[in-house]
Design a protein around this ligand. Structure first.
Ligand SMILES: NC(=O)c1ccc[n+]([C@@H]2O[C@H](COP(=O)([O-])OP(=O)(O)OC[C@H]3O[C@@H](n4cnc5c(N)ncnc54)[C@H](OP(=O)(O)O)[C@@H]3O)[C@@H](O)[C@H]2O)c1
Length: 188
């Protein structure tokens, strides 16, 4: 199993619109569950994991966003209305163990947001970071940095153009676990 974070981002570096929605949703080319290479991406995935902030809007969606995936949520409480099959946990390492215990060999889509990506990276559990850059400028919103910064040590793997003007860039994160706070420079 690989844990693959896939995040959309504006051309000026924001992962959310100024009003807090994922960058992808502002793109005229966006079709929920269909566009921006998500179908191909999900073919190899059997589970999705995300932070509570990213998860909660799904509870009032007309359409359940992860119909064919096991769903895991990191958060201090189980939001009201969470379907029974969704696993929630407040401890990142324990949630990771539960993901691994349930895994049948498929990959895990780390949906976001930035804080949860940072948490999984700090655990050394993040295999890839896959950015989808949409061809828009937002001028505001939330950035992936500083949750991930230059010390994340990403290694470029591949890129491809997507229909509608977006570009996908894939980085490997393995072997790039961020240094522990206070570690001497020789260990960084
Ligand atoms: N562009 C994209 O592709 C994309 C994808 C996903 C999300 N987003 C956007 O990202 C924003 C949300 O991102 P976010 O970073 O603010 O939130 P998030 O990662 O979705 O969720 C944060 C929550 O997860 C839990 N959590 C995360 N790390 C933890 C840790 N180390 N220990 C314990 N609990 C932890 C906490 O829940 P508790 O508060 O319950 O303790 C925390 O408040 C939204 O605006 C969403 O639209 C964008």
């Amino acid at each position: 199993m690989k844990i693959r974070a896939r995040v959309s981002m504006s051309a000026d570096g924001y992962v959310t619109t100024p009003s807090g929605w994922p960058a992808l949703t502002a793109d005229p080319a966006f079709v929920s569950g269909e566009s921006h290479g998500i179908r191909e991406f999900l073919e190899g995935c059997e589970a999705a994991v995300m932070g509570r902030t990213t998860f909660e809007p799904a509870l009032t969606n007309n359409r359940w966003p992860w119909p064919n995936l096991d769903v895991f949520v990191l958060g201090s409480h189980r939001p009201a209305g969470t379907p029974d099959h969704v696993v929630t946990d407040s401890d990142p390492a324990r949630l990771l163990e539960r993901i691994r215990a349930a895994n049948r060999g498929g990959d895990v889509h780390l949906v976001g947001g930035a804080r949860t990506i940072q948490t999984f990276h700090a655990l050394g559990a993040l295999d890839t970071l896959e950015l989808v850059i949409v061809p828009l400028l937002f001028g505001g919103g939330t950035r992936l940095t500083p949750a991930l910064d230059p010390s994340a040590g990403l290694t470029f793997q591949r890129e491809r153009a997507l229909p509608g003007g977006s570009v996908e860039i894939v980085y490997s994160c393995k072997g790039s676990r961020p240094p522990l706070p206070g570690a001497p420079a020789s260990q960084r």
